[in-house]
Design a protein around this ligand. Structure first.
Ligand code: NQM
Length: 375
């Protein structure tokens, strides 16, 4: 049901919404049919629901942090390879806008359960595979959801770093998203190059990311996100590299975009493959994004990247798959890279997340605020 007045005389609109955790992020889920078709009117409505124009999102449901002010707009797909379309939006609250340039793999993990719960896809006995088209990057994912008795089961034994407790696994299987946003796995044509005198690798396997060694920026890579966020000089250097990398990666002027992300890599501390601190892109992530992690892990299997010296996979023997443990500030994240018949080139990726609905109902949107924004 599209947004409608709460009561005949009310100046609040009532809009169907499900608030979901997907992996280590949270988003408001909307059916595309409930939102205006016109993108400007849609964004004005969604921004008013989420809260904007100041960082705390005090007059909306957004969480005042990039990881908790996300939006998923879901609809049946007309793509024969997909059941549903998933349009991701990153609300940039302080700038009163929604960035549709990136997709989000954490929120992606909640799309399958949402589609099944909402009847967009018929649940099967045991497990259900929801075929998802990620509209932002025009790439695809198969989400395997636990559905004993043909209902979504949220409880289970899977733990993911950054989320307390255990829950049912959602397996995400990706293929064919090399160069999802930039057109090539190595968008600049180089495995390693210099920007501002620092060696970087620009890579896109689902998410455009600029990799640098933490040591090359004068940090250890062990710092907490709060410590890194407080380092204004470091963040200025990172942003300078990111702006130049964005141009080289074919993304144009990225000063107002949230891609590419930036990941600082260093030696593993807890027995993983390597350690990370990721900027998304102006705030340090408490963990690491899903597709960000896939892109960073992918650099391990490409010869000559800045991962050389941290991981010897690229120069090792051919393998059908590699499990890479990506360490981050709140734990680790295992990315499975599936290799092609040569054993040296990436054919796909798979990983586990958990997800669940946090509330389902109606978000109330002030019409008076909408009127000011869209005269
Ligand atoms: O990289 C954060 C997150 C993300 C995105 C970000 C994500 C991904 O943790 O696919 O999941 O990079 O802004 O939700």
């Amino acid at each position: 049901m599209p947004a409608e007045a709460l009561e005949p005389d009310s100046d609040l609109l009532s809009l169907p919404c499900t608030w979901m955790r997907g992996g280590t992020s949270k988003a408001a889920f909307f059916h595309a049919k409930d939102l205006p078709a016109d993108p400007a009117a849609r964004d004005a409505l969604v921004l008013a629901a989420m809260g904007h124009a100041e960082p705390r999102q005090i007059d909306g449901i957004g969480g005042g942090h990039p990881l908790t002010t996300k939006v998923a707009i879901v609809s049946p797909s007309d793509d024969p390879r997909a059941d549903v379309d998933y349009l991701f939006g990153q609300v940039v609250a302080t700038e009163s806008r929604i960035d549709y340039a990136p997709t989000c793999g954490n929120i992606l993990s909640a799309v399958g359960p949402f589609a099944l719960d909402e009847g967009l896809v018929q649940a099967q006995q045991g497990q259900s595979v929801v075929r998802i088209r990620m509209v932002n990057t025009d790439s695809h994912c198969d989400a395997v959801v636990q559905t004993p008795g043909a209902r979504v089961r949220y409880g289970g034994d899977t733990a993911i770093s950054g989320v307390p407790g255990r829950a049912a696994p959602v397996e995400l299987r990706f293929s064919g998203f090399l160069g999802s946003s930039c057109g090539a796995l190595l968008p600049t044509g180089e495995a390693r190059e210099r920007i501002d005198g620092i060696e970087v690798t620009c890579i896109d396997n689902g998410m455009p990311v600029v990799l640098m060694r933490a040591a090359d920026l004068g940090v250890s890579g062990d710092e907490t996100p709060a410590e890194l966020d407080a380092d204004a000089a470091l963040k200025a250097r990172i942003e300078s590299v990111r702006l130049q990398a964005g141009q080289r990666m074919g993304l144009g002027d990225v000063s107002a975009k949230v891609v590419p992300k930036v990941t600082l890599v260093s030696a593993p501390r807890q027995g993983g493959t390597f350690n990370t601190r990721t900027f998304i892109p102006r705030k340090c992530h408490d963990a690491i994004g899903v597709l960000g992690a896939v892109s960073v892990a992918s650099a391990c299997v490409v010869p000559g990247t800045v991962m050389q010296g941290l991981s010897d996979i690229a120069t090792g023997p051919a393998e059908p798959l590699h499990d890479l443990s990506v360490e981050h500030p709140t734990g680790e994240f295992t990315v499975r890279l599936l290799m092609d018949a040569t054993g040296h080139a990436i054919a796909g990726a798979a990983l586990l997340r958990t997800a669940r609905p946090l509330f389902r109902g109606q978000v109330l949107v002030p019409q008076f605020q909408n009127r000011q924004e869209t005269p």
